[in-house]
Write a protein that binds this ligand. Structure first.
Ligand code: PMP
Length: 374
């Protein structure tokens, strides 16, 4: 098949805006300690696995049929969870679910972005926001966060950029990935007041923070605010692929126009419903991860690393201005610890794992300090 193998991407009539771009690429390497994609390190409980196996066996008898297209039972379960967590009464009419919050965000961009429209985000932040924008032919405008204030959003430059670009979509990630800090409700309100279009508050890591959810602002900003969430992080369900948003029912009507029919398989819907039934057990791991995060932060600081304050399940730490962070990333990998170089010069991100994984990371960090000491 040499004709096929010798063909390169440059030989294909790719859309112009995709030319020269690189694909989302968190390396998936077989190493002992994997602290690079912000998953929950604890496997699901035996009780959850048992119930899941039973439910899947029941559902499997009907796999010849398409799934329930609008995932109503699952959306009702997600709504009950959000009501219980935030105190805001929402129902399935306010909730939309898809294969990971990535798909939710893509559907929102398909509905509210597109040719001639702009999306605006505050970087460094989640790398898929610009990638999904490009994929939907939405121009992405990047506004730098303020490194001197823990990478908080720089409000004067944010407001100036909104005024200048009139974005159809604004992304606010809180807690922010990769930096870990939050945006306050007051800041989000200010952005909502200035926004000419839709504001997507990406709360993928909300369960790790005590800050109130932007869901509490929905009543005030029904036509502008969408809050996206995921079961991939605190919920221990990254492999299950389930993300969702909470908003006014009109936003659900909007994404119905662009979603693929039957996008959520019977297996995904069933698994997510079972996982939600066990949410109390699963979320018990959150407290352990938070106390581990504090321990790792203090230990890193003790070694002389500057660490950004985090309300999530990862830490963003400075490796020093004189040092190439990719070399440091490689030095961790050489010791069997995979962390994340998100491409921010001088910084690396580590996901909080089990106590043993965190010990392995800290042990490797001690070596790194010796290796890169000047
Ligand atoms: N938003 C943020 C801020 C994330 O960090 C991630 C995962 N890294 C996602 C959304 C997407 O997660 P998923 O598609 O697994 O729900």
């Amino acid at each position: 098949m040499s004709n096929l193998d010798s063909l390169t991407l440059n030989d294909l009539p790719l859309r112009e805006e995709l030319q020269g771009k690189s694909a989302y690429g968190a390396p998936q390497l077989e190493v002992a300690v994997r602290l690079n994609t912000n998953e929950n390190p604890y496997p699901p409980s035996d009780a959850l696995i048992e119930e899941l196996a039973h439910e899947i066996a029941v559902q499997a008898r009907e796999l010849n049929r398409y799934p329930e297209r609008d995932s109503v039972e699952l959306r009702a379960a997600l709504a009950a969870y959000i009501t219980q967590r935030t105190g805001v009464m929402v129902t399935e009419a306010n909730v939309w679910a898809a294969n990971g919050s990535n798909e939710v965000l893509q559907q929102l961009l398909q509905a509210f972005g597109g040719p001639g429209r702009k999306a605006l985000g505050f970087q460094p932040s989640y790398s898929m926001h610009p990638i999904l924008s490009t994929g939907t032919q939405t121009e992405f405008v990047s506004v730098p966060r303020d490194p001197a204030r823990g990478f908080a959003i720089d409000m004067p430059s944010a407001l100036a950029a909104i005024e200048e670009h009139q974005p159809s979509v604004i992304f606010v990630t809180t807690p922010n990935n990769p930096t870990g800090g939050i945006s306050t409700l007051d800041e989000i309100r200010t952005l909502l007041d200035a926004a000419p279009g839709v504001v997507i508050v990406d709360e993928a890591y909300a369960e790790f923070s005590e800050a109130p959810s932007a869901v509490t602002l929905l009543e005030e900003y029904p036509a502008k605010l969408v809050v996206s969430r995921t079961m991939s992080k605190a919920f221990d369900f990254a492999g299950g692929r389930l993300g969702y948003f909470i908003a006014a029912p009109a936003f659900v009507e909007a994404v119905l126009l662009v979603r693929l029919p039957y996008h959520l398989s019977v297996l995904s819907q069933t698994a997510a419903i079972v996982a939600l039934r066990h949410s109390a057990d699963t979320l018990a791991t959150v407290d352990m991860l938070i106390s581990e995060r504090k321990r790792v932060q203090a230990a890193l600081q003790g070694m002389g690393f500057e660490v950004v304050d985090s309300e999530s399940n990862f830490l963003f730490f400075a490796v020093g201005e004189q040092v190439d962070q990719h070399q440091v990333w490689q030095a961790f990998l050489d010791q069997g610890v995979l962390i994340r170089d998100v491409g921010v010069p001088g910084y690396l991100r580590v996901t909080i794992g089990t106590a043993a994984e965190n010990d392995a990371f800290l042990h490797a960090a001690e070596h790194v300090v010796q290796q890169f000491k000047h």
